[in-house]
Design a protein around this ligand. Structure first.
Ligand SMILES: Cc1cc2nc3c(=O)[nH]c(=O)nc-3n(C[C@H](O)[C@H](O)[C@H](O)COP(=O)(O)OP(=O)(O)OC[C@H]3O[C@@H](n4cnc5c(N)ncnc54)[C@H](O)[C@@H]3O)c2cc1C
Length: 486
């Protein structure tokens, strides 16, 4: 069986490895000269900037891919568990160290609101139930048939999947700071906590189950480890080549065309590229699709965009934790602006990554390495990032200087930023969204883009836009679905 994987994100790499382990002849084609997609690495004057994922959860999903070939992941990568998972900071300067240390968690919760300790315990117990169903049982199940979804509906309703994550959390805890901290997880996979189905509350429990890890040398080291493994097991990696067309005959996939006009014949095409973009650009607007599929595709709502500013400093900011989440004043209104009104807002929240807190190799000696991520509207907004990019950069630098990094402006010695334009043009993602389509109930499981194409024989999808969804554990699980259906 000849299979081609288009795209080398975590999902594409996992798919290539799983198919190889099944005995397929596998080619992995990547548009860029380096692998990783959102997990690409940018190197600048001794600073190593991981482009995207930094929080590594459910590490067993990574180990499994090495085990498929009887290899030990420890010979390729080193994962270190973190003690403090996130430090949350509020406008009133209140800090909360969120971790797996339940005693410390409850002490801090008690200081915010004594009565919420019990509510927190009950919430964790409830998210375990969601996790057992939504992750353990369903994350690697193929939802390409409606009856699979129908079978699950009663259980999903019992788990209150009709509620949003924020509303679920609010039914257990009263304090607004706690509500924000315990409901922020959908943002990690591109959803608005006020509209994302409570099923994504499972992330809260998933973190507790296996902890939060950091890949020494950066997340890029995991990609390098996978690249080494792929070379060892005989997967052909074709970099710096873009697939411009997927060729079909009577709705059966027969091959792909590259930007250098080479055609490659193949039995299966596995797309790690964004499904709506694939259907629209690589399959000629999928003119063969049914009315129902066109309706489904056209009604999809997309995740937010991301503004990511990478910077290195000549000063070491030891007071900054590995992962910091700073909430602005307004929360719901801010998220409404980003997701619905699609407009920029000065009262931003941000996520600050400081890998050098754990790993000095990420910056030259005596320097510090960071990225700060600001959720912004995706490109449905029509925002001109050539104008607004610089303004957001200045805004977030001002905020960080005020919140926790004195004299930041004077200490930055290396910097650049990415906007939704990068996600749209360089990573081929519709509307430049950070995480493909949103994780709403009406866009989850059967309602998401199917792992086995609804339209074409021989066409499959892995990655953020398909089941189960975005995030490294999600896209690695999507390759497990493929493993089962192919
Ligand atoms: C800034 C940021 C921070 C994040 N932080 C975390 C985190 O801490 N933890 C976590 O779990 N998740 C995180 N995520 C989410 C996670 O990174 C993604 O959901 C996941 O990596 C997406 O993987 P994917 O398999 O969908 O492929 P992608 O990473 O989207 O890669 C798709 C690949 O396909 C290639 N491609 C597209 N079209 C073509 C074509 N026509 N021909 C050839 N190649 C093509 C692209 O170049 C790209 O390399 C983050 C995401 C971002 C952007």
């Amino acid at each position: 069986m000849n299979s081609i994987v288009i795209g080398s994100g975590f999902g594409g790499i996992a798919a290539a490895l799983r198919l190889k382990a099944k005995g397929h002849k596998v080619k992995l084609i990547e548009k860029h000269p380096d692998l990783g997609g959102r997990a690409r690495v940018f190197r600048r004057n001794g600073f190593i900037f991981d482009g995207g994922p930094t929080v590594i959860t459910a590490p067993y999903l990574i180990d499994e891919l090495f085990t498929l070939f009887k290899k030990n992941s420890k010979d390729y990568i080193e994962l270190a568990p973190l003690k403090i998972w996130y430090q949350f900071i509020f406008e009133d300067k209140h800090k909360f160290n969120y971790s797996g240390d339940e005693v410390d968690m409850k002490n801090q919760i008690e200081k915010l609101n004594k009565d919420d300790v019990k509510g927190y315990e009950e919430l964790v117990n409830f998210t375990k139930k969601i996790f057992d169903k939504g992750f353990t049982e369903l994350a690697d199940v193929s939802f390409d048939k409606p009856f699979v979804m129908m079978q699950q509906l009663p259980a999903l309703l019992k788990l209150k999947s009709y509620k949003s994550v924020y509303s679920l959390v609010s039914s257990y805890v009263k304090n607004e700071k706690l509500r924000r901290m315990l409901s922020m997880h959908p943002l990690l996979v591109g959803g608005n906590p006020f509209t994302t189905t409570s099923i994504y509350g499972l992330i809260l429990y998933l973190e507790k189950k296996w902890g939060i890890h950091y890949s020494m040398g950066g997340t890029g080291k995991i990609i390098k480890g996978f690249e080494k493994l792929m070379n060892e097991v005989g997967i052909e990696i074709i970099k710096d080549n873009e697939v411009t067309k997927i060729i079909s005959n009577n709705n059966k996939i027969t091959g792909v065309q590259l930007n250098n006009h080479t055609n490659i014949e193949v039995d299966n095409v596995i797309c790690n590229a964004d499904p709506p973009a694939v259907y629209e650009k690589l399959l000629n607007g999928n003119e063969n699709s049914s009315f129902l599929f066109k309706w489904k595709k056209n009604r999809m709502e997309y995740s937010m965009g991301l503004f990511v500013y990478y910077f290195g400093t000549k000063k070491i900011y030891d007071n900054v934790e590995h992962h910091t989440i700073k909430f602005g004043n307004k929360y719901k209104e801010h998220l409404d602006d980003i997701f619905d009104k699609k407009k920029l807002n000065k009262d931003i929240s941000y996520y600050l990554h400081r890998p050098s807190a754990t790993d000095k190799s990420m910056a030259p000696e005596g320097n510090d390495c960071f990225y700060v991520l600001v959720p912004v509207p995706n490109n449905q907004s029509g925002i001109d990032w050539n104008v607004e990019g610089e303004k957001i950069k200045n805004l977030v630098v001002d905020k960080m200087e005020k919140d926790l990094m004195p004299n930041l402006k004077d200490n930055i010695i290396e910097d650049f930023y990415l906007t939704p334009d990068y996600f749209e043009k360089d990573l081929n993602t519709k509307f430049g969204s950070g995480f493909s389509i949103q994780p709403k109930f009406t866009q989850s499981a059967y309602f998401r883009f199917h792992n086995k194409s609804e339209i074409y024989d021989g066409l499959y999808f892995v990655g953020a836009g398909t089941h189960p969804g975005a995030g490294v554990p999600g896209v690695l699980s999507s390759a497990k679905v493929l493993d089962k259906i192919l």
